[in-house]
Design a protein around this ligand. Sequence first.
Ligand code: NAD
Length: 333
Amino acid sequence: PVLRVAILGLGNYAARVADAMQGCTKAKLVGLISGTPAKIEKWSAKYNIPAKNCYNYGNFDQIKSNPDIDAVYVITPNGTHHDFIIRTAKAGKHAISEKPMAISVKQGEAMIAACKQAGVKLLVGYRMHFEPKTLEVIRMRKEGEFGKILFFQGLCGFKIGDPKQWRLNKELAGGGSMMDIGIYAINGARYMTGEEPVWVTAQETKTDPVKFKEGVDETIQFQFGFPSGATASCLSTYNMNGLDKFFLNGEHGYAEMQPSTNYGPIMGHTNQGELTQPVTVHQTVQMDEFAEIIFHDKQPPVPVDGHEAVKDLKIISAIYEAAKTGKKVSMSV
Ligand code: NAD
């Protein structure tokens, strides 16, 4: 069957997902949930969505009795994912959340529990987990082509605009650049090395305390130690444009990717030469793969479930603690 998806929250990224889904073969956009009637009108005309599959945040729970929708994809500000995903689970629909899955580990664990109890799947929009050049580097690392992995560097950031946007609001964003873009370096450190951090150190710098209020990080540099002895050094920022670079170093080789996580084309090379895997539309591939995971229990090369996402939240929490205390924080995910 085709995965019939309703998108909840019709903002910028939702528009990108909706457009990309027009290229899907295993998933289809069939429903809309929004607090803004004018957006429902515009989107339902554009994507040919029947009125019976359109909801607002008040009547959304009625989606439970709609047999024509399999999954709800929540694409709203980070701090709202928890409640919307739990409502999705209670309505008996498969739940897809954008990253970061939530703004705390506790919220993430509650979302996992709710989906488990409802017998629905919970997936998180980790589009890089399906990106061909990324997967090739992971394959090379797994097959030992770089030798023993020694070091990873991940640099992720962009210069943020409007000071009034939700991304700079602690309640809605859960933090600052780390929650939004630093998470790519964290997740990348994990999938590139194939290890989970056992310690974290971090240093925060803030050039504009008016724009970046208490609890909203502008720039954090952070380091991980892994069980093998490998280390990572990363940077998350809202104050540098187009910062998007991964570097993986092993005893016998390396991979360098830039851009490494933006919408593409992803580019990179290894000690063996240029990465030439095909350029894809990340969201198209992600949604087709999500259909396979939901209907056929397909195991992706790098997980995209709630447990994977809670690991990132645990690491974010350790980074914030390390930045605040100045101490090395031991951890396990
Ligand atoms: P956006 O501001 O463009 O859209 C957010 C939408 O949520 C808006 O339509 C807004 O009306 C709606 N909304 C619902 N409840 C709201 C509330 N309580 N307060 C404010 N707005 C509310 O943001 P965006 O860039 O589309 O980001 C949405 C989510 O998608 C975030 O979690 C973000 O991290 C994620 N995202 C992921 C990627 C990716 O590459 N995977 C890229 C961009 C954004």
